[in-house]
Design a binder for this molecule. Sequence first.
Ligand code: SF4
Length: 101
Amino acid sequence: MTGGEPKRFCRKCLLSDMPEDEYFRDLRSYIERIDEALKVPSDIYESRLAKCRECEQLISGMCRICGCFVELRAVMRKNSCPAVHPMWEKEPAVTAWQEDY
Ligand code: SF4
């Protein structure tokens, strides 16, 4: 590096907070393509992500407990926060077939 500010590493960001690059665009695109019936409503999704943003286990968009990208984990109804004292809980499936996903 030739002087100036060293490149800073963001430890407290979600993917949506980070600079765009192909990998993260692909992940967001993947999330958008998931069946809506498997995903939580947007208000619950934002609430879950707000808790992740405040959590000390979040690093570079990933949860240090489970290793998941939290934006992917939090979008699924069947998922819950993996902490011993979960910050957010799973949502009931809309239909029986969803229990398998
Ligand atoms: S422990 Fe829970 S709240 Fe914290 S980053 Fe992981 S999923 Fe999010």
